[in-house]
Design a protein around this ligand. Structure first.
Ligand SMILES: Nc1ncnc2c1ncn2[C@@H]1O[C@H](COP(=O)(O)OP(=O)(O)OP(=O)(O)O)[C@@H](O)[C@H]1O
Ligand SMILES: [Mg+2]
Length: 612
């Protein structure tokens, strides 16, 4: 006897609903998308009992004719695409004609709609996919859809819902995302008479962000505006300054053609662009919309349309990277101390303390490495201009066991570091606690962490040399003989070429020995062999190849080779560091993301002294 039978329509619909409608928030997502596709400018979302009792979306969009309203609830019924060509150039959020049918199959749905110019509206009630009532009603232009008793006929699905709070959070999240990307549309979200979100229609993006994320946050975000003329890819949105990064990832939104998407790869690209500017375990805020050619993306790969396939993957990643990187490069990222905010935000203060601990741990971790090296009595920056040469030249200068600082840098002699395209003018006033420099700047004073300054400077200068394959090396006249353990020897041998690129020239010398002939000049403050052992121990720890941990090694070398808190510096040394900082690309944070400078504005001081 044949065993295969075609499933009844009702069951098919329930199965389809299982894919699209996972939880109350999925309903809201689909309904919002429909309202936006209908060009609504005002959308009100109402929820009762965390979505279990009622989910209601009312819009002032185009509305539907009576005949269309009936069809809207059928599967595969859509006004948005007509043929296969449309499918591959989707301009709307919906296109499958499946959402309403799916929702209707697992709930009690009431649809009320009135198109422009019609005298009366039309209403339709459906229970588990079956029409129970319909008729003419009085209505405003637009469409209202009410969902009661979601999953009343699919108890298994209902059982899998998370806690009320979690389900509500998902709803808030969906509405927030669509409100973020549509400044001109007004959104309200109400739960049990409580307004959870109110984002009025505004012209500009920043005001829109302010109504969703708060004025303080919105004020600090940097605008991203990027377009690649060749690929036509556009990136627009807002990102946070590295120092304003958060402890969680909740304020991160990616959109493609105003469709909210999740994309791990692109998210990673954003992090990469922040690279070396973010503090450990900190997460940037970003709201980015990518405008891509709709024929070059495929939205039809996932039932909830939250994932998409991008044809020009590489180009898109590059555009996102450049957009974020350029924005960070061209903006003033100087953190400003806001006494009032610090006082008010007790929560914030706690976090600050955490940061602090984290920072100390970081310094300790690096400082306490096995090959720790105490800075010499003599000031670490006492510079003997060494004959640094580019790698490959055959010059053997005198041994300079002390710190040397590479090619001479001409710094202005006056005590003021002129404004650069990154940093404002700085007039050095001195050093406090052997830890911070203090400088006057237009509109306030700036505190600068001496260790962090040098870390940033060394890191960038070394990176630049490495990129240009011109690491300046300091030749060691007699060389240093290194006794290596078999494991160390193996590590050196395996990574010899890469070590050479980093500025470590080694020659084999007997069984387990090597002669260290040259080291990278920039890190010359450390004893040559300690510097190399530092690298080797890092290689050992990570059981890794050098290319993969090169960054980490350079960051560590920069940290170790930098002056520490407690080192006394002369005015000239401080000047020099500040000048170098003013020339660096990202002068605001160390490679681990700690702030280099913090500004206290005159305004704040005036407030504190009650002058204003
Ligand atoms: N709020 C609304 N205003 C006006 N028309 C609507 C609204 N909601 C739905 N419609 C109409 O009903 C149709 C069916 O909606 P449904 O969400 O089921 O499918 P879709 O949006 O076309 O595709 P998808 O399943 O991908 O969402 C839509 O194509 C649209 O014509
Ligand atoms: Mg839809």
């Amino acid at each position: 006897m044949p065993k295969i039978s075609i499933l009844p329509e009702e069951l098919i619909n329930k199965i389809a609903a299982g894919e699209v409608i996972e939880r109350p928030a999925s309903v809201i997502k689909e309904l919002l998308e429909n309202s936006l596709d209908a060009n609504a400018t005002r959308i009100i979302v109402e929820v009762k009992d965390y979505g279990k009792q009622l989910l209601k979306v009312a819009d002032n969009g185009e509305g539907m004719e009576q005949e269309d309203a009936g069809k809207a609830l059928l599967r595969h019924a859509t006004s948005k695409i007509k043929d296969i060509n449309d499918l591959f150039a989707i301009q709307t959020l919906g296109f499958r004609g499946e959402a309403l049918a799916s929702i209707a199959a697992v709930s009690k749905l009431t649809l009320t709609t009135k198109p422009k110019g019609a005298l009366e509206g039309f209403s339709l009630m459906v229970e588990g996919g079956i029409v129970t009532n319909e008729g003419i009603v009085a209505a405003e232009k637009g469409t209202t859809i009410e969902i009661e008793d979601l999953f009343f006929n699919t108890p298994a699905r209902k059982k899998f819902l998370k806690t009320d709070a979690v389900e509500l959070k998902h709803i808030v999240d969906v509405v927030t995302q669509y409100a973020l990307i549509h400044p001109q549309v007004s959104f309200r979200l109400i739960h049990e008479l409580k307004e959870l979100l109110n984002s009025p229609s505004v012209e500009d993006w920043r005001s829109n962000l302010a109504s969703i994320y708060g004025v303080e946050q919105a004020k600090e975000l940097l605008e991203v505006q990027y377009e690649n003329n060749i690929t036509g890819i556009k990136v627009y949105g807002f990102i946070s300054k590295p120092y304003d990064a958060r402890n969680d990832k909740t304020m991160q939104s990616l959109f493609v053609n105003q469709r909210w998407i999740r994309n791990e790869e692109l998210t990673k690209v954003v992090y990469d662009a922040y690279h070396s500017l973010l503090f450990v375990n900190k997460h940037p805020v970003f709201v980015l919309n990518l405008t891509l050619d709709p024929t070059k993306i495929d939205v039809n790969v996932h039932p909830t349309k939250a994932e998409i396939k991008i044809e020009q993957k590489k180009e898109v990643a590059e555009a996102v990277f450049n957009a974020v990187r350029e924005t960070l490069r061209k903006n003033d990222l100087l953190p400003v101390m806001d006494f009032q905010a610090e006082q008010q935000l007790t929560f914030g203060t706690v976090l600050k303390k955490e940061d602090n601990k984290e920072a100390q741990r970081e310094e300790k971790r690096i400082g306490a490495s096995k090959y720790a090296f105490e800075p010499s009595e003599q000031s670490a920056l006492q510079v003997k201009e060494s004959e640094a040469v580019s790698y490959g030249e055959e010059i053997v200068p005198e041994i300079t066991p002390d710190f040397t600082y590479g090619s001479p840098i001409i710094i202005p002699t006056a005590d003021t570091i002129p404004e650069s395209d990154k940093l404002p003018q700085l007039r050095l006033l001195g050093q406090v606690h052997k830890t911070f420099f203090v400088a006057e700047t237009p509109g306030g004073i700036v505190f600068i962490d001496q260790h962090v300054v040098q870390e940033r400077v060394l890191y960038e200068r070394f990176m630049e040399q490495l990129m240009n394959q011109k690491v300046a090396v300091q030749n060691l006249l007699r060389g240093e003989v290194l006794e290596l353990t078999p494991v160390q020897k193996l590590l050196v041998e395996e990574n010899k070429q890469k070590l050479k690129e980093l500025g470590f020239v080694l020659e084999e010398f007997g069984e387990n020995s090597f002669v260290l002939k040259a080291i990278p000049t920039l890190f010359g403050r450390l004893q040559p062999q300690e510097l190399l052992f530092e690298v080797i121990s890092e290689l050992h720890q990570h059981q890794n190849r050098l290319e993969q941990i090169q960054e980490e090694i350079i960051t560590r070398m920069a940290c170790r080779a930098s002056v520490k808190a407690g080192d006394t510096l002369t005015i000239t040394e401080m000047q020099r560091l500040l000048y170098e900082l003013s020339q660096s690309k990202f002068p605001y944070t160390c490679p681990h993301g700690r702030a280099v400078l913090i500004k206290v504005s005159v305004e704040e001081l005036e407030k504190k002294f009650r002058r204003k």
